[in-house]
Write a protein that binds this ligand. Structure first.
Ligand code: IPM
Ligand code: MN
Length: 353
């Protein structure tokens, strides 16, 4: 098949890891007889430097004409002022909203070969395999916000509508049907009105999915249970903010934040695929970045935007094979031992495809 992919490397290690992921996609194309066309565009700090905005219109126009978007990371020391009017993160929020990418899928699992790099006890990690379904275009991230007159108060509003909760709940239940048929819906219904609406709506949507088990978990207790019994979770569905926080917490199960991929999907075929990690300016440009999160995001791109399931599985199997074979990047190697550079690791994955 022919596909057009917009690549948004962004800042810091975003550049190295997207290069690695594109390399792997190119290998998939030649191995399976596809034609992928890659177009690079600007987002984040580099876009601010070159155009004055974190998401130039030109980037949106290019992305609109493509089947999928592969993103690296945004941000860095240079733009690290949270009160600046123009910030790299705005590019991310804006592109999610622009394409209506309301569903953020973040799979988290343990790799036996990497379990020793997790701070958790090995016996707890056994069988950990969960999927976060994070609402991505609503809630407090996009609620009304205001810094009050003289700067001595400020507020942000958590607002959810029934249709917003319904559509993310459907995604979670459908995902669970293809997995272990369990959904944990995260809320704070004991305190927040918006979360009572969340719970009521998820319960209603559940009526269509008799084969799936639903639990409601309060976010504070969920944060604890993730650590004490991670293997008991299958699909977790959460608001934008709670999903953001809990998915970072859960990254420790994979051994490194560098391992985790994500897909942001909406009603259309186009999706945005990015590693969960950030731009890591401290190691940028040194070949120390772990490209696994980006490469597995490329696998999700093949699966969800291009419907190339066999190719997606081939990439995932190649990553596992390479890890099982002992290949390591800096973040997942023992202190003082040798490790592969970002591009060497990508090459090893390509060789296995
Ligand atoms: C993420 C990030 C973003 C978010 C930031 C950079 C805006 O933390 O993708 O999880 O909070 O959504
Ligand atoms: Mn986050």
């Amino acid at each position: 098949m022919k596909a057009r992919i917009t690549v948004l490397p962004g800042d810091g290690i975003g550049v190295e890891v997207t290069t690695a992921a594109v390399d792997v996609l190119q290998k998939v194309a030649s191995r399976y007889g596809h034609e992928f066309e890659f177009n690079e565009a600007l987002i984040g700090g580099i876009a601010i430097d070159k155009t004055g905005t974190a998401l130039p219109d030109e980037t949106l126009r290019q992305a609109e004409q493509s089947d999928a978007i592969l993103l690296g990371a945004v941000g860095g020391y240079k733009w690290d002022n949270p009160s600046a009017p123009v910030r790299p993160e705005q590019g991310l929020l804006k592109i999610r909203k622009h394409f209506g990418l309301f569903a953020n899928l973040r799979p988290v699992k343990t790799y036996p070969a990497l379990a020793q790099y997790s701070p958790l006890r090995l016996d707890l990690l056994d069988g950990v395999d969960m999927l976060f379904v994070r609402e991505l275009t609503g809630g407090i991230y996009f609620g009304s916000r205001q810094e009050q007159g003289d700067g001595d108060s400020a507020y942000d509003t958590e607002l959810y509508t029934v249709p917003e909760v319904e559509r993310i709940a459907h995604i979670a239940f459908r995902a669970a049907q293809g997995r272990r048929k369990k959904v944990s819906s995260v809320d704070k219904a004991n305190v927040l009105a918006s979360m009572r609406l969340w719970r009521k709506t998820v319960t209603k949507v559940h009526e269509d999915y008799a084969d799936v088990q639903l639990d409601h978990v309060l976010v504070d207790s969920c944060a604890m249970h993730l650590i004490t019994r991670p293997a008991s979770f299958d699909v977790l569905v959460a608001s934008n903010m709670f999903g953001d926080i809990l998915s970072d917490e859960a990254s420790v199960f994979a051994g490194s934040l560098g391992m985790l991929p994500s897909a942001s999907l909406g009603a259309e075929r186009i999706g945005l695929y990015e590693p969960v990690h950030g731009s890591a300016p401290d190691i940028a440009g040194q070949g120390k970045a772990n490209p696994t999160g980006a490469i597995l995001s490329a696998a999700m791109l093949l699966r969800y935007s291009l419907s190339l399931e066999a190719e997606a599985k081939a990439v995932e199997a190649a990553v596992e094979g390479v890890l099982d074979g002992g290949a390591r990047t800096a973040d997942i190697s023992a202190r003082g031992s040798s490790y592969l550079s970002t591009s060497e690791f990508a090459q090893a994955v390509k060789d296995k495809i």
